[in-house]
Design a protein around this ligand. Structure first.
Ligand code: GDP
Ligand code: ADP
Length: 184
């Protein structure tokens, strides 16, 4: 069996996907796959580190494995991105919306390990976006988007095919992640 895997971190905005990806990169030597987006960078985000920031035209020229519209912006990931990581690492980690996670599971089967994040109280998500420093208008647009509502629950296509972590408490989350990694 191919030992190369991609860990797909998915869930609602503010649920902790980026934080979890950072933990897996640091503690399990995973390669963080950078995806492409047409949304504008946040003040602390850098091109080529957090995303490849694209415009409509440059986005259309890319050869992508999958592409989604999320809160009026486009996001997409490439097979080249995954393969770049697998050259020197057994494990890639990528942050995707739930639509992207379904595509990865369908296309890659057991090679894609899906981790779905949630929280027990939804108002925590808005609090976390504020604490992260997101602009008020961006938070409001995000929380009113159809994609935000959709990603609050595990899609039926991923039922029984994803690890679910309730990320209320960071220490407990790291324990759950370490448990998943021991199963590998
Ligand atoms: N399907 C897919 N989703 C992506 C990709 N890149 C980022 N996303 C998702 O797009 C959504 C919006 O991301 P972002 O604007 O960074 O907001 P955040 O989740 O609040 O940090 C999140 O669910 C990301 O996981 C991609 O290449 N493909
Ligand atoms: N378990 C947790 N408890 C408290 N704050 C958290 C926890 N996990 C993540 N955060 C914080 O919540 C904010 C949103 O997390 P982030 O990883 O950016 O979410 P996402 O990528 O899913 O939008 C960040 O400021 C992060 O530091």
């Amino acid at each position: 069996m191919d030992k190369k895997k991609v860990f797909v971190i998915t869930g609602a905005t503010g649920s902790g996907k980026t934080t979890v990806a950072r933990y897996l990169k640091k503690h399990y030597d995973m390669f963080k796959v950078i995806t492409h987006t047409t949304r504008t960078p946040r003040s602390n985000e850098r091109n080529g580190i957090d995303y490849y920031f694209e415009d409509q035209q440059s986005m259309e020229k890319l050869h992508l494995l999958e592409k989604v519209e999320y809160d009026h912006h486009w996001y997409g990931s490439s097979l080249e991105g995954l393969q770049k990581g697998w050259q020197n690492h057994d494990y890639d980690v990528i942050v995707l919306d739930t639509k992207g996670a379904i595509t990865y599971k369908e296309k890659l089967g057991d090679q894609a390990v899906i981790i779905f994040l949630t929280v027990s109280r939804l108002n925590k998500l808005a609090e976390r976006l504020k604490a992260r420093g997101d602009l008020k208008a961006a938070i409001s647009s995000r929380l009113n988007s159809n994609e935000y509502r959709r990603d609050l629950t595990l899609p039926r296509q991923l039922k029984g095919r994803a690890h679910v972590i309730v990320n209320d408490n960071w220490k407990r989350t790291t324990k759950a992640l370490d448990r998943i990694m021991r199963q590998k």
